[in-house]
Ligand binder design. Sequence first.
Ligand SMILES: *Cc1c(COP(=O)(O)O)cnc(C)c1O
Ligand SMILES: [Zn+2]
Length: 405
Amino acid sequence: MAFSYLSHLICPKCNLSYPANKIQQLCTCGSPLLVEYDLERLKLKLKPGDLIRRPPTLWRYQELLPVTSPENIVTLGEGMTPLLPMSRLGKEMGLSRLWMKDEGVIPTGSFKARGAAVGVSKAKELGVSELAMPTNGNAGAAWSLYAARAGLRSSIVMPVAAPAITRAECAVSGGNLNLVNGLISDAGKIVAQAVAESGLYDASTLKEPYRIEGKKTMGLEIAEQMDWKLPDVILYPTGGGVGLIGIYKALQELVTLGWVQEPLPRLVAVQAAGCAPIVKAWQEGKRESEFWPDSVTAAFGINVPKALGDFLVLDAVYNTQGCAIAIEDAELLEEQLTVARLEGAFVCPEGAAAFAAARRLREAGWIHEGETVVVLNTGSGIKYPETVQVEVPVLEPGERLVRRK
Ligand SMILES: *Cc1c(COP(=O)(O)O)cnc(C)c1O
Ligand SMILES: [Zn+2]
């Protein structure tokens, strides 16, 4: 039996197909490419029960991943993150079946590790020696660290305002880090120029087809962890949208394999009110988004003013009867405290936005009390120490404990 059932690449816009055994970036029409597998053949060979004895990493889904030889796998043990019941928080929100898929415990502290593990492994398999990418922080951190493990060189460009820890992660990896006095879109232009001039492998969001495949494993894991009975709603903090596109792709592949039944969960794209191009497009019934000027939010990972894959995110939302919703920074920061206080989970601001969205959609009656709801916490709160204000007594030695009322 083959290690991977990788077949070819296909353009979701113009339907052109490309071979997957050499480097491909965007389609000639400018669209991102998607990875296709020989699912009809795989369906006859693999059953859900065959996975049981495999190691608890995302590589347990090897047949549905693009790496064709096991020796090219670059891993730090990523995947199979906990799916935790959130009963105290759920009770407070009026949701009796609320779950958190916790990506805070994955290597590099954010789910970007999934895209990096699969993306870097495939780059290595294709003979890449040096990659470049713009980032809002977490992706650059993950890709430079996985590149280090693979022995590849990396050039990363991020805004000076990106979370300081992600800067340190890139630096410690030995990657070539540049900061830009601007936004991720400015970093993108710098990378594009370097790619054009020096022939570097362009690992920008969706400009190589394999990052989606790594992020897709969140959807595969949710399905497996729920014993192949899909939840009613999945909420996802959406920036470039790769995670949501990936989850949707995973669920469709599982339907084709006959491992899960439709209807698919209603997919919810959660954005910050200070950067909500997908929400605006959804509200207007559009299939693509427009550039969001002067974007700003504490949830740095979802500060993406225009996503290359916006049409794919919107397709996923429309096709599953999902929705898109924006959350103010004050509200998501408040939710971050509530989640920690009631559940002991220090979630990232992006994850907190998704919890706040669940609360709002429950209040609005869009989610019903007994529905099974999965919120993606895409990273650890520990990566954003500056988002929490700490005001506590400072004692002199010998002073008495100050207790809160
Ligand atoms: C990148 C990022 C997101 C957004 O992910 P996309 O898949 O690009 O939409 C959300 N949360 C965190 C913590 C991130 O780093
Ligand atoms: Zn095309």
